[in-house]
Design a protein around this ligand. Structure first.
Ligand SMILES: NC(=O)c1ccc[n+]([C@@H]2O[C@H](COP(=O)([O-])OP(=O)(O)OC[C@H]3O[C@@H](n4cnc5c(N)ncnc54)[C@H](OP(=O)(O)O)[C@@H]3O)[C@@H](O)[C@H]2O)c1
Length: 364
């Protein structure tokens, strides 16, 4: 099956996804029957590109990374590039491919989740599936967007929004049917966890944060991590999907971290505890994000550096934990790839009925 993709957002994650698609092209074809083409790319300041018969997305990565604009790079296709992200999605919608997918990886907007929500809505209304690593749509508008996806008969998947490529939403959806999640507690932001781990070892706040920015892990605006907004967006996403909470990140009781916590982080270590930024939620209650002093035996206390963990309290399995020991844009790109394959598998035509066997004489 041919899948045409538009990549709206072409930063750390979008570019890594373009490379991963190229690396996995043969395998996707062989094992999933998926022939993927990137036909459109849109950014905010690095231009746009479009080719109805497919772009060289790897060359586009090299162009952006060498500082060129996609609208006038050496390898740009003939014809006028789309004016913006919305025209890029409109062109995707005109593709005749049986599977058309918007890959939304723009920056998290913590005010209202825009323009990502509008990107998602435009694509779905036009009959395109959506996969996104952006927390905005699911944190601000999960209920309405999933209803709109159902009405349009398309998929809206967002595995990368929480804990990158480690399955959270698909684990519950595909593997743990009928399990009721009653609460969660976790470390869901790698940047703050790395900074707190460094602080407890005596490092300075600024250099510890800069390391996460250099690695492409921190948000474009690192105050979103430090002030707890990224964790609040993930908390709202979890509450919306797991509890049908219908909240936004602004409804999360939120506290971030700052250099003033250095002494507390070191004092915790001296008494066998650990300071961690913990996100938690219970069905029917206001979720929160705040620094918590954890006893050493708490699973979350053992999460160091970029490690994340989520403990789900369930009705039938008790407490179960999902851990991610390291995080990087490759893992988020994998989340997008896994969502893409999920769509393909859901669209796969049902297997034909096995041919009726005529009974052998003995069976009479
Ligand atoms: N980095 C990670 O490890 C990670 C992990 C999980 C989830 N995420 C989420 O994934 C998303 C992408 O992260 P990232 O690290 O790739 O961010 P990034 O490097 O800052 O890239 C963001 C991209 O979005 C583009 N963009 C922003 N606003 C736009 C608009 N209005 N229209 C079109 N393009 C727009 C930017 O264009 P310009 O380059 O021209 O500004 C850039 O290409 C974010 O929502 C983030 O929260 C990231």
């Amino acid at each position: 099956m041919r899948a045409d993709l538009a990549l709206v957002g072409f930063g750390n994650v979008g570019r890594r996804f373009a490379i991963l698609l190229d690396e996995r092209r043969e395998r996707l074809s062989r094992e999933e029957g998926l022939e993927v083409r990137v036909i459109g790319i849109a950014t905010r300041r690095h231009g746009t590109a479009y080719a109805s018969d497919g772009l060289d997305a790897v060359a586009a990565v090299a162009a952006v990374e060498s500082g060129q604009s996609l609208s006038n790079w050496d390898g740009r296709p003939a014809g006028a590039p789309p004016s913006d992200s919305f025209e890029t999605i409109a062109r995707l919608a005109r593709s005749s491919a049986p599977m058309r997918v918007l890959v939304e990886t723009t920056t998290l907007d913590i005010v209202a989740g825009q323009p990502a929500i509008d990107h998602v809505r435009q694509a779905m209304t036009a009959g395109c599936h959506v996969i996104t690593a952006n927390k905005g749509p699911v944190a601000f508008a999960y209920e309405t967007l999933s209803s709109e996806a159902n009405r349009a008969g398309v998929q809206f998947l967002f595995e990368g929004a929480v804990m990158d490529g480690v399955p959270v939403f698909s684990l519950l959806r595909e593997t743990l049917p009928e399990l009721e999640v009653r609460g969660f507690r976790g470390i869901v932001n790698s940047t703050t966890n790395h900074v707190l781990t460094e602080l407890e070892e005596g490092a300075e706040f600024g250099p510890a944060l800069a390391c996460m920015q250099d690695a492409g892990i921190a948000e474009a605006d690192p105050s979103l991590d430090i002030d707890g907004w990224d964790a609040a967006a993930k908390t709202a996403a979890l509450a919306n999907v797991l509890f049908d909470a219908r909240i936004t990140p602004h409804d999360v009781d939120r506290q971030g971290i700052g250099p003033e916590l250095s002494a507390t982080a070191r004092a915790c270590v001296a008494t066998g505890r650990r300071l961690r930024l913990v996100a938690s939620g219970t069905r029917g209650e206001r979720p929160c994000v705040r620094p918590v002093e954890l006893p050493a035996h708490d699973l979350l206390a053992g999460m160091r550096g970029m490690a994340n963990a989520l403990i789900l309290t369930t009705d039938l399995l008790g407490d179960i934990a999902i851990c991610q020991l390291e995080g990087n844009p490759t893992q988020t790109a994998y989340a997008l790839l896994s969502d893409l394959v999920t769509i393909r598998r859901r669209l796969r035509a049902p297997l034909p009925e096995p041919p009726r066997r005529s009974p052998s004489p003995r069976e009479h």
